[in-house]
Design a protein around this ligand. Sequence first.
Ligand SMILES: [Zn+2]
Length: 184
Amino acid sequence: MAAILDRYTREQSRTDLAIRMIGHEARTYLIRSCTGLSEDRIRKLYNVYFRQEGIPISRHRGKTPRQPEYFTRTVTTQLESTTFIRVCLAAGLVQVKRNNRVTARMGSNSTEYGQRFCNAYDAYLTLHNPPALSFERAWNLVDALCRGHVVGMSTCRRCEVAFLADTLGLQEPICPACCLRSLQ
Ligand SMILES: [Zn+2]
């Protein structure tokens, strides 16, 4: 009996997570990698919980947007991206090692990662609404940061706070908050 209950709980949490991710307009392949549910099952969940209920949710097709330059393009996106990374730290998704190197704390293809990521994204939404980062952009931000691809954490020369920076940039590291302050 315990084994059956265990299985039920696991199934239930995978379904809950899939519904949550559909609500954030995540692409099917991301939902599949976290929940292990089939494409068909995900489509049915979307139909039952969103389409038939008249809840307007976009289903994005094709490849997810992957331009790491996006995160440091404006002071606003840079500030929000920095906030999101801090939330991810608190959610136990990533860790910061020496020299501001960010690494993943767990593989991204698990229900636990998906749940923690949704928690982090919901926390970010309460701070920035409307958000500069869509769910998928936020997902790719963590991915790019852990791979050290174009973006990385840097320490501000003025206030010494760690922030998300363009690692290809040659300017001295000044955080978005200090940039805004100097504009005033
Ligand atoms: Zn600063």
